[in-house]
Design a protein around this ligand. Structure first.
Ligand SMILES: *Cc1c(COP(=O)(O)O)cnc(C)c1O
Length: 436
């Protein structure tokens, strides 16, 4: 019997305790998929307990844009740790929060100017939805409390976030009966570069025309539906959504949690469409992958209406709101990003992803090969064997974690051409061998 004084030294001890006591994301406690004990990280590398190094092809779930242990981010964390690791945000403010808010207001599309900090992407989505509903409520439009969204989307794991994630393919269909019912438009079909066809927006247009009286906001991931299958779609779709929302007194929430901070080749994906949302959610890469932090930005108009209505307060306030260390690291990460020739760096990664993955086209089971910004995708004709594929990738010295029917790469922006070629080469080999 281990006691509370036990210290887990060896990789085997860690694994054994983990297997019997700790949940992993979307995991079984009875029949767990294998997990890898990791000892350390640096740059593009994850070092395993047995000393092997893997090139990270997914930036720790799309967060570590500057790679791991970047000295600028570590220094920001260290400095803030010494000064003040955390303090409550009720009735108190601090420099890291103010600096980060002013950076986000500066770099985000106008007229976003009011910032709400929370801890995770899912909570940011909850906050955004509450803002939209409170906005209409404050104007006396209590019936406007539903959301309009797109099939194949993903917005998080909390209840309202689940309710706007894809109802069929999503990870939450078993909760359907207790989730609030929302309106789902067909997923966009026009690809990112494809000629726009007006009928692509028909389903969305019909829903908003018919139901705008009960719709508070439309919520979507602009240009890339990420966890719903790395689907790239036409910026014109986003532009049409903006126009239709304006025509029907419906707010537009853009969930840039996956696409923000350069991922699609622009600082924010909505820039491809030249569109600005009423409410924008940020998370994932916000702190460069160092800490958990998310933010919701909105406009003077919406913040003003909420504050002028009853009860005159925005009804949300997490315990760890605006965590000073997270804010300090996020400010350092954002500043670092702004000093980089971002579009040039991402264009180079996009070119290398596209050409590196191209040999997959025409291979057995492959239905599409595509790249946009920092995202490279090989799509296949059905679900892949994630555990088997992960094993094959580890054998080749890379950390790649496919899901559904996509094998994708989202490398850190600091990756060099050699590591990038290693990643794309590993994907090509694994797909070629038919291990999928
Ligand atoms: C990951 C993600 C979320 C949820 O963020 P968490 O931090 O995992 O709660 C929401 N929306 C999008 C688009 C995401 O990619």
């Amino acid at each position: 019997m281990k006691t509370h004084t036990t210290i887990y030294h060896s990789a085997d001890e860690i694994l054994e305790y983990d297997r019997s006591h700790i949940w992993h994301p979307y995991a079984s406690m009875e029949n767990p998929q294998p997990v890898l004990p990791v000892m350390s990280t640096a740059g593009t590398r994850i070092t395993l307990a047995d000393g092997r190094e893997l090139v990270d092809g997914v930036s720790s779930w799309w967060t570590a844009i500057h790679g791991y242990n970047h000295p600028v981010l570590l220094e920001a964390a260290r400095a803030q740790l010494e000064i003040m690791p955390h303090v409550m945000f009720g009735g108190i403010t601090h420099k890291p929060a103010v600096e980060l808010a002013s950076l986000l207001v500066d770099i985000s599309p106008e007229p976003l100017s009011k910032v709400f900090f929370c801890d995770s992407g899912s909570v940011a989505v909850e906050v955004a939805i509450k803002m939209a509903i409170q906005f209409h409520h404050a104007r006396g439009l209590r019936g406007k409390n539903k959301l309009l969204t797109l099939r194949s989307g993903y917005h998080g794991d909390t209840f309202h976030a689940m309710s706007v994630s894809d109802p069929e393919e999503g990870m939450h269909s078993m909760f359907r009966e207790i989730l609030p019912e929302q309106y789902f438009a067909d997923a966009p079909r026009c690809g990112f570069d494809c000629p726009w066809e007006e009928r692509d927006i028909a389903s969305f247009r019909n829903l908003i025309r018919e139901h705008h009286g009960s719709i508070a906001a439309a919520i979507l991931e602009p240009v890339v539906q990420a966890a719903g299958g790395m689907r790239f779609y036409s910026p014109v779709y986003v532009r049409r959504v903006r126009e239709l929302c304006d025509q029907h007194d419906v707010l537009l929430i853009l969930d840039e949690i996956a696409t923000g901070f350069g991922r699609t080749g622009k600082l924010f994906a909505c820039e491809h469409a030249g569109v600005s949302p009423d409410i924008m959610c940020l998370g994932k890469a916000l702190t460069g992958g160092v800490m958990s932090l998310a933010a919701v930005l909105t406009t003077e108009k919406i913040a003003g209406a909420i504050s002028a209505g009853s009860p005159g307060l925005f009804m949300h306030g997490p315990t760890f709101m605006a965590h000073p260390m997270a804010c300090a690291v996020a400010a350092a990460s954002t500043r670092l990003l702004m000093t980089m020739p971002l579009e040039e760096i991402i264009r180079n990664i996009e070119d290398k992803l596209r050409s590196g993955l191209e040999p997959c086209r025409g291979l057995s089971r492959v239905t599409d090969v595509r790249a946009l910004g920092d995202i490279g995708v090989v799509e296949v004709d059905g679900p892949v064997d994630q555990a088997e594929l992960t094993r094959r990738f580890i054998e080749r010295g890379v950390w790649v974690r496919p899901f559904g029917n996509v094998i994708y790469l989202i490398p850190p922006y600091i990756i060099n051409d050699t590591d990038l070629a290693h990643l794309t080469g590993a994907v090509v080999e694994v797909v070629k061998r038919g291990d999928i």
